[in-house]
Design a protein around this ligand. Sequence first.
Ligand code: SF4
Ligand code: SF4
Length: 505
Amino acid sequence: MSTRKLLPVFPPSPCQVCFAADRDGTSGGSGGSEPNEALLKPEEHVLSTLEADGSRRWLRPKLSMGEWWKRRRVIAYILMVVFVAIPHLRIGGKPLILLDIAAREFTVWGKTFYPTDTLVLALFLLSVLVSIVLITAVTGRAWCGWACPQTVYMEFLFRPIDRFFEGTAGKGGKPASGISPVWQIARFGVYLVLCMFLAHTFLAYFVGTEKLAQWVRTSPIDHPSAFLVMAATTGLMLFDFLFFREQLCLIACPYGRFQSVMLDEQSKIVAYDPVRGEPRIKGKRTHDEEQGIDLVRGKAAGDCVDCHQCVVVCPTGIDIRDGLQMECINCTQCIDACDDVMHKVGKPTGLIRFSSQDAIARKPKKMLRARTIIYPIILIGVFSGLAMAISSKSGFDARILRGRGAPFSLLGAKEVSNAFNLRLVNRTEIPQKYELSTDRSEVQIEIIDEDAQSLEPAESKLLPIRLNFPSSMTMGDGNEAIELTVKDDSGNERTISMKVLGPRR
Ligand code: SF4
Ligand code: SF4
């Protein structure tokens, strides 16, 4: 394997080049006027998307329609349909997913959550994080090549459009002749329509399909914010798919950068097999029976015929033969391209294959290792906590908060009062009124704002209350544990353990 494993490679800065040149005694010095070849000849394509002069190297990957590509295409089209369908699907009359930020309601799988559901949110985010780490440890960057919207839409929607307009459909690569301005405009029109459609679909996740349909039928002046969000999303998508493209994976996405800590030598990666492939050499092979090796022009030859097909199909422009690189999104195009070449030269396929660093180095496979044991255990724990937190979210939420100011006040010589605010969230589909009681007959509940006792569906209110009780209750410790029970009209019930405070003597 190459020593370039997971390390970003940056073009040498002028200082580095200068320093190297000085060290080698080849520099003319910074004040010299003579052009110095050592300074002006950077390595070609130091970064896969950078020309030697620092300008953008535009990639037009060829298409290899092998078995892996066919599998990815099926998954990509399913994912595109799922993305468009989700906002239209309902469970029990509620959307499958609706992230209504304006109303501060988040419906997932037909269940509505509120900003107060911090535990559910924290456990959900933790479960997503641990799942990503586990999936990456086992399958490598399967997400990037197979399910990331950037790859799915770029490779299976926008690049096919490019190929159609450039006349390279089914082949990819550069068009034989330039594309005419009319076709350029037509291509931009198709991009614009598709990006607008995707932006509307994206917006539907946040506002729902009914509101979106209503907005689409009315003037943008009636809903300027939503229109601006849609226009900005369309603009960003156009920028990404027309211009930024693979740069999003190479520069902007943090996931690629984190893979060096998430992968280990047993993780699945797309890998070139140098044991089989090297020494790479062009030319027709003859088999030397005596030595048991292939020869080209009398030299030993590996299975790699150095045809560069694995490079020209790569959407991030890298050469997988340089080893595992963070630019690799596991798209499998190089596998398909190389398998095709191997068929043609009569060699077994799999010179580039899904494998692991250890397998390529002919080391034994280890399914059970620290990260494949510890991550699932953590994940089971987090999922269990999440399931329990979600199942407890039925009927209503009730949370007691102590009132501001003095911890207690005296009502005459023998009675004490404690102020509280009861945060109520109605999680049912009907209006509810809430009744309060305690387990102590001597505690009187005083409702300060009776209006706050009734909540509309999905409404949240702060109900101010006072608990009045004889001062003898807190004598000694200065506090007493009690249980407050809250009941709604539908019979849902919550019991809150709390303490009331009063004088010690
Ligand atoms: S090296 Fe192969 S798998 Fe990785 S991005 Fe390039 S073509 Fe895809
Ligand atoms: S496609 Fe296969 S044979 Fe051709 S250069 Fe790449 S690894 Fe070598």
